[in-house]
Design a protein around this ligand. Structure first.
Ligand SMILES: [Zn+2]
Length: 69
């Protein structure tokens, strides 16, 4: 099932499911990087897909990226 995400739904999701805030005000599609603000105050960019599905909901300082092979 494909859910259609809007910037409002994404903001709601971010607020309910993470300590981060959504800074972006527009959403153009799943490949777009959105700007977030981590609970520590750092800003970071991620696609919503990664944020939602890969649990990458913090900045690189609080949650260092896993080294991919
Ligand atoms: Zn952080």
């Amino acid at each position: 099932m494909n859910k259609r995400w809007t910037i409002h739904k994404i903001r709601e999701f971010v607020e309910k499911n993470s300590d981060s805030k959504l800074l972006s005000t527009e959403y153009h599609g799943f490949s777009q990087k959105l700007e977030f603000q981590c609970a520590c105050g750092n800003r970071f960019e991620k696609t919503f897909t990664k944020f939602k599905n890969n649990q990458q909901q913090k900045c690189d300082v609080c949650q260092p990226p896993k080294t991919s092979r």
